[in-house]
Ligand binder design. Sequence first.
Ligand SMILES: Cc1cc2nc3c(=O)[nH]c(=O)nc-3n(C[C@H](O)[C@H](O)[C@H](O)COP(=O)(O)OP(=O)(O)OC[C@H]3O[C@@H](n4cnc5c(N)ncnc54)[C@H](O)[C@@H]3O)c2cc1C
Length: 397
Amino acid sequence: MSTIPKIVILGAGYGGILTAQRLQKELNYNEADVTLVNRHDYHYFTTHLHMPAAGTDSIDHSRVSISRLIDEFKIDLVKSNVQEIRLSDKKVVLQDGTLSYDYLIIALGGEPESFGIPGLSDYAMTIRSINSVRMIRQHIEYQFAMFKADESRTDRLNFVVGGAGFSGVEFVAELADRIPKLCKEYDVDPNMVNVYNIEAAPTVLPGFDPDLVEYAMEVLRKKGVQFKIGTAIKECTPSGVVLATGEEIKSATVVWTGGIRGNRLVEAAGFETARGRVKVDEYLRAPGHERVFIIGDNSLMFNPEGRPYPPTAQIAMQQGVVCAQNVVAAIRGKELKKFIFSHKGTVASLGKGEAIASAFGKKYTGWVAAQLKKVVDLRYLLTIGGIPLVLRKGRFF
Ligand SMILES: Cc1cc2nc3c(=O)[nH]c(=O)nc-3n(C[C@H](O)[C@H](O)[C@H](O)COP(=O)(O)OP(=O)(O)OC[C@H]3O[C@@H](n4cnc5c(N)ncnc54)[C@H](O)[C@@H]3O)c2cc1C
């Protein structure tokens, strides 16, 4: 029987890919067997998905084959769906087999959170994966085509985006950019189209600087977005949404971006969770499980003021690196490293040539912020795939 420890990484998103790449760099020959499990054979850039969802960019700019990112002589890639994490006998059940592990890294990402709002999970679409994005894009275009077949169905020209956090605002901005093109293509009067962004919180982009929020709302209003802020969606129905105010918006397209939770498989494994996220220790380990590491949207960590870090790609990537270092340290019997989040700033895109950013202790808007967003994206491509990936997938203009 082999005495080489088996490391299994679940999920090849931001956290999982960074962990895998770091492990392949740090581990010596035959020091461990590493397996990376992901339901697709590609890695996708969730932070780009609002663009293909609205149809302003191609799907292919948002994904890359995993085999281009890892060394398959060092890491076994298994394309499969994880169905169960069995902590008691250190096994992971896949849709087509099982894997046993000595060290487990859970990086399965989040799931949309509907907060129990009736009808949301049945009738609203979510920006979550390449598949979901393809559906939204086709659905939007189909509404224009169908409207031309029956112009009494004005609900087909009403687009509701629930949630005005990061992903809601970025998507609504792209959608507002796409609408004029669709109107032209399908001979639809742009004045008939309504794009609503509905948010229960008292502000859009909670957590952002108020001046930047003001700027963002101004840009989006000019693009035609209608905000309903401090207004909860009470129900989603087959014909639209009903708001807490009693108002009903008839719409054939509801996209929900209002909440994210950890993966349900993590809850089902028996960990104590808060909305599917596990409070990990400072070394990124699950409580009571020294050889189980949880990172990214599945983990919960607190800042020095005791507030939870929001789930972002930025923290998932940094955790991926430290997680790999800690797994290697554990295998070698060395001391583990504490995870300390280094916040590099935040950028939210507002469509073509527009964005807001807070970085390096300063605020940026407009073209400069939009360039910062591009730099962040290019830097990520450089980190995971070097210059070849930047040249293949980078969006320079
Ligand atoms: C539209 C949108 C825009 C965003 N914009 C930003 C941004 O600008 N900046 C930022 O920092 N963050 C942003 N985020 C948040 C960021 O994308 C997440 O925090 C980040 O992706 C979390 O990384 P992760 O590794 O935990 O999970 P993910 O990147 O989601 O990766 C999880 C992986 O696990 C796979 N997987 C899931 N379930 C299974 C299963 N059962 N079996 C096998 N494989 C499975 C998935 O296919 C995926 O590859 C955005 C999120 C969204 C939805």
